[in-house]
Design a binder for this molecule. Structure first.
Ligand SMILES: [Zn+2]
Length: 363
C-alpha cells in the first residue's frame, strides 16, 4: 500500500512537469518564447513576451558583428563582454563557451528551437538572419565534418557494464548490426553482440513488468485509497503556491517603494526586481501545471497497470522502431556485459519488475 502511494505521488509530480512542458510548447507554437528570456532580452510581465533588453540587447548585436568581422576570437569576446558588464541572466560572467552559445542561438534573428522543434518568434530580432548565417558558416568550417550515422534501433540505449561507455552499433558486411563498447575510457574486454540477440534479451526485461493477476485487486484497492491523498495534495499545493505568489508580489512592490524612497540604489532595484519577476513567472507556471494536472489518480494508476500488462505482447508484435519506443518508456538505463543485460526500470515500472538479470541465449 505504501509503495503504491509513493509511486502515485511520483507519478503526479511527473505529470506536473509534463503539463509544464505542454504549456510551454503551446506558447512556443504561438511564437512566444516560453521560458525566461535569454541574455539580451527581458520578459515583459504584461505581454508575457520577450523584448530586447535596452542595455544588453545592443551589446549582443555587437558581439555578432565583431565575430563576423573576424577580428575577435571567442575568448577575446568573452573578455570584452566582461569588461562591458554583459553578464548572464544569473549575473554570472559569460565565458568562451557561453559566447559560442549566444552566437549559435537563432533566437537573436527571430527563430528559436523548443524541444527539438523550430518556431518563428513574434519577438523583435536583435540581428539580421544574414549576419547569423554568415557566422554559422564560420563555425561549420571550423568543425570537423560530422559523420552521419544511420538511425539504429538500439543506439544510445545500452551502456557497457564494465566501463560505462556507450554500446555503439556497427554494420558488418553491409547487413549485420553489432553493438560494442566504444572504449572511450580505454581498453575494455566486453564482447560484441548482435542486435537480434539484444532485442531478444530485452524482451525478457519487458516481460518482467507484468503484474501478477493475484495482486491486481490489491493494487486497485490501494489506488482508490491514494486517490483521496492525492486530491488533498493537489489542493494543498495550489494553496501554498498562491501564498508564495502573493508574498513575492508584495516583495516586488516593497522593493519598488524602496527604490522610490531612495532606500536602495537603482542598480539594486534592477537586480532585485528581475529576481522577483522571474520567481513570479516560475510560480505561475507551477500553478497552471497543477491546475492542468490529471487529478484522476485512480484512472492513471489503471492505465499504468494496463501498459505494464500489455507491454510484453506489444513488444513481440512491433517493429524495431516501435520496440525502441516501448523500451524508452519502461527503461531508463541498461547495461550489457559478456552476454548479460542489466536493465534499470523507470518509475513506476521499477516496482513491478524484479530480479532484473538476463542471460543471452546466443551470446
Ligand atoms: Zn566497456
Amino acid at each position: 500500500m505504501h509503495g503504491i502511494k509513493v509511486l502515485m505521488a511520483k507519478n503526479y509530480i511527473d505529470n506536473l512537469s509534463e503539463e509544464v512542458k505542454k504549456g510551454q510548447i503551446e506558447k512556443a507554437e504561438q511564437g512566444e518564447w516560453p521560458s525566461r528570456a535569454p541574455v539580451g532580452y527581458i520578459n515583459n510581465k504584461e505581454t508575457h513576451c520577450i523584448e530586447p533588453d535596452p542595455q544588453k540587447g545592443p551589446f549582443i548585436k555587437r558581439l555578432f558583428e565583431w565575430y563576423a568581422a573576424g577580428e575577435y576570437s571567442l575568448k577575446s569576446l568573452a573578455l570584452r563582454a566582461k569588461e562591458s558588464g554583459l553578464f548572464s541572466r544569473n549575473s554570472q560572467t559569460i565565458n568562451k563557451s557561453g559566447i559560442h552559445r549566444i552566437l549559435k542561438n537563432s533566437i537573436y534573428y527571430g527563430e528559436y528551437i523548443w524541444k527539438g522543434k523550430r518556431y518563428i518568434g513574434n519577438h523583435q530580432p536583435l540581428i539580421a538572419k544574414e549576419l547569423f548565417d554568415r557566422i554559422q558558416s564560420v563555425f561549420d568550417r571550423a568543425n570537423h565534418p560530422r559523420e552521419t550515422k544511420r538511425k539504429l534501433a538500439l543506439a544510445g540505449l545500452i551502456k557497457c557494464g564494465k566501463c560505462g561507455c556507450s554500446m555503439t552499433p556497427e554494420i558488418k558486411k553491409g547487413k549485420y548490426i553489432y553493438y560494442h563498447c566504444t572504449q572511450f575510457k580505454g581498453d575494455c574486454d566486453n564482447t560484441w553482440i548482435r542486435e537480434e540477440s539484444l532485442i531478444e534479451m530485452l524482451a525478457e526485461a519487458v516481460k518482467q513488468v507484468r503484474v501478477n493477476p493475484t495482486v491486481i485487486d490489491d493494487i486497485k484497492k490501494a489506488l482508490l485509497e491514494s486517490q483521496k491523498d492525492r486530491i488533498k495534495y493537489h489542493e494543498d499545493s495550489i494553496t501554498s503556491l498562491r501564498r508564495n505568489y502573493d508574498h513575492t508580489s508584495k516583495m516586488l512592490d516593497r522593493t519598488y517603494e524602496d527604490k522610490l524612497s531612495g532606500a536602495i540604489s537603482t542598480e539594486m532595484w534592477k537586480r532585485k526586481s528581475t529576481e522577483w519577476e522571474n520567481k513570479l513567472i516560475d510560480i505561475q507556471n507551477e500553478i497552471s501545471a497543477h491546475q492542468n494536472a490529471n487529478t484522476d489518480f485512480y484512472q492513471v494508476g489503471l492505465e499504468i497497470l494496463e501498459l505494464a500488462n500489455s507491454a510484453y505482447d506489444k513488444y513481440l508484435q512491433k517493429n524495431r522502431q516501435e520496440q525502441r519506443k516501448l523500451l524508452d518508456i519502461l527503461l531508463s538505463n541498461c547495461t550489457f556485459y559478456h552476454g548479460t543485460i542489466c536493465p534499470t526500470y523507470r518509475k513506476p515500472f521499477d516496482i513491478l519488475a524484479k530480479g532484473p538479470v538476463f542471460k543471452s541465449k546466443r551470446g
